[in-house]
Write a new protein. Structure first.
Length: 322
């Protein structure tokens, strides 16, 4: 099995997909880091308390508008509660630092960027064999098919882990020249989501490093689900373009759906709706009622297991010469 995983790793590296992923991460993080640096310079002579109060007033005005949908209203209330909590405890929110930038990367990138990058890595891990003409040779080797697919799944999970880890490391390395590098022990607060009266006793306080570990662990779990679904599509489609296109379309369409159709509650069972686990952990209200953290974790687990079972069922019965 180790030899098979080693072989799959070499194949993936030879296709230069992981190099492309790292290049994309470097480019995006460099641009965003510079933007954070400009924000930090603009805040030097500003009164953060006055700015925070102004933001709260702006959000409250938005809430009073008659056309505000329920999902957006929940997000606004949660943000108002978060900012008011910081004001009451004399804590400056969102002060740009390199550790805070690393922590925020889990929330922002976990929603769409990281799933897209993992899809690029995994959606052709099987279908590429057909494109390269090596599928018949692969399927006729004296190795059981389930072992072949297991090695591909393990390789994909390894590179999904490396993608998330690389994103976190690059976020710190690239942002450190622009932002203060200290602050891993700074207090963080989460749990501001509310379905009625705000309850400050539910707010959790953790040091930043521990909060970041939890957020990255949740996003790692979500990326394993994305990788499992990408594997299934790669088994179903003989064309690499078909597998990658379907996965990317699913992620983008699902993301748009959660924003534009908050009343279609059946959409909460789509795996895309549960992907931003770090956001839900922080306290950002989910797009649909009933999407608790336990629900999202269970939903992603069901999708991953179902995708893996389907992938094995199809791959082990595939016609070698079909």
């Amino acid at each position: 099995m180790l030899n098979l995983i080693h072989n799959e790793t070499l194949k993936l590296l030879r296709r230069r997909r992981f190099a492309v992923v790292i290049g994309i991460l470097v480019a995006i993080l460099a641009i965003v880091s510079y933007g954070q640096y400009r924000q930090l310079k603009n805040q030097v002579n500003r009164n953060w308390r006055a700015d925070t109060q102004q933001r709260i007033a702006h959000f409250e005005n938005n809430l009073r508008r008659a056309n505000t949908n329920a999902s957006w209203a929940r997000s606004l209330r949660a943000e108002i509660n978060r900012l008011q909590f910081y004001l009451d405890h004399d804590i400056e929110p969102n002060k740009p630092t390199a550790p805070m930038f690393v922590r925020g990367f889990a929330n922002v990138a976990g929603f769409l960027l990281l799933p897209l990058l993992v899809s690029v890595l995994g959606s052709d891990i099987v279908s590429a064999e057909h494109a390269e003409g090596t599928d018949k040779l692969l399927m006729t080797r004296p190795v059981r098919r389930w072992k072949i697919l297991t090695s591909k799944l393990a390789t994909l999970w390894i590179f999904s882990t490396l993608t998330l880890f690389s994103g976190g490391v690059l976020a710190f390395v690239i942002s450190s020249p622009f932002l203060p590098a200290r602050g891993w022990a700074a207090p963080t607060f989460s749990g501001f989501a509310t379905t009625g009266t705000f309850r400050p006793e539910l707010v959790r306080q953790l040091p930043l490093w521990k909060d970041a570990l939890i957020a990255y662990g949740l996003e790692w779990y979500a990326l394993l689900t994305v990788a499992s679904i990408a594997l299934l599509l790669s088994v179903v489609f003989r064309s690499s373009a078909g597998a990658i296109g379907t996965m990317l379309a699913s992620l983008i369409a699902g993301t748009i759906l959660t924003r534009l159709s908050p009343d279609w509650t059946a959409a909460k069972y789509l795996f895309v709706s549960a992907l931003p686990l770090a956001d839900y952990y922080t306290g950002e209200p989910p797009p649909y009622d009933g999407m608790t953290m336990a629900f999202c974790i269970t939903l992603l687990g069901v999708w991953a297991i179902a995708a893996i079972i389907a992938a094995y069922a199809i791959f082990t019965r595939k016609d070698v010469f079909g």
